[in-house]
Write a protein that binds this ligand. Structure first.
Ligand code: PGA
Length: 262
């Protein structure tokens, strides 16, 4: 696990965007796993800037989103479908038919989930998966106690997650109880996992993910077993890491050929 502590959200997001852009440049038909929420917003605006100002091309890119609320139409303003179009897709040139977001209105959710897994496989697997972390340690919407080898399926949100996501809805009561999410096992098959975590309210979850035991009680902790997991935080989210100075030392002293030079 590579932990990179950056001074602020902007610097961290720009670094994250460079890592995504490098994958896109090296493999123009790469498969990207995408996340929603507040965390990736600046990374996405930076990708849009690369596209508009530096001709970063997404024409052959395929995307799979991590999750969606059950019962929300794609057009619902709080759906992750709406979020992705508003904050990313509208400004990039990814062909619509290569964009995949779980269907929250699917009449047969288990069949849909099997089909989603099949589509990821048929696309060649995910090259880079962008991730955020929940205050309860979830990745995707894999809440605590999720099987660490789970696949795409329906999940019930914790009360904490519904509270955290209430600002996107009229009130907490309107946050759906169920979601479709890629499983922990699905996420772990991505070739690169790029986790971003910002703000003091993520500090506990980040410390448990990076330095705690691997446990289904903190699904993100399974990233300790991933061969290429990059965790980028701001100072606040890193504030409870015991080995923060070591991670800084490692990053500052990477061999030149391993550095992220852009
Ligand atoms: P956030 O959510 O980016 O809105 O903090 C992250 C998550 O719940 O995975």
């Amino acid at each position: 696990m590579e932990v990179i502590i950056q001074p602020d959200i902007k610097t961290a997001s720009v670094l994250g965007a460079h890592i995504v852009a490098r994958v896109v440049k090296r493999k123009p038909d790469a498969v990207l796993g995408l996340a929603t929420g507040n965390t990736p917003l600046l990374l996405y605006s930076e990708l849009i800037r690369f596209h508009k100002e530096e001709n970063l091309d997404f024409e052959y890119i395929t995307t799979f989103n991590l999750d969606e609320y059950v019962g929300l139409a794609p057009s619902h303003p709080a759906s992750y479908n709406s979020f992705m179009w508003k904050n990313l897709f509208i400004d990039l040139n990814i062909p619509r038919h290569r964009i995949h977001i779980p269907d929250g209105l699917s009449p047969d959710i288990p069949a849909f989930c099997r089909q989603y897994e099949g589509a990821i496989k048929a696309a060649g697997g995910i090259d880079l998966q962008i991730l955020g972390i929940g205050t309860d340690g979830h990745i995707g919407f894999n809440e605590p106690s999720s099987s660490l080898s789970s696949r795409t399926r329906i999940k019930t949100l914790t009360m904490q997650t519904r509270k955290d996501n209430a600002p996107f809805f009229e009130d907490e009561e309107h946050v759906p109880q169920h979601v479709i999410t890629m499983g922990v096992g699905t996420i772990m098959e991505s070739r690169i996992c790029l986790m971003l975590a910002f703000g003091a309210k993520k500090a506990d979850a980040v410390a448990r993910m990076v330095e705690g035991p691997i446990t289904a009680s903190v699904p993100a902790s399974i990233l300790q077993m991933h061969q290429h997991a990059i965790v980028i935080t701001d100072e606040e989210a890193a504030s409870k890491l015991e080995r923060a100075d070591y991670y800084r030392w490692v990053y500052d002293n990477k061999p030149y050929w391993q550095k992220y030079s852009f």
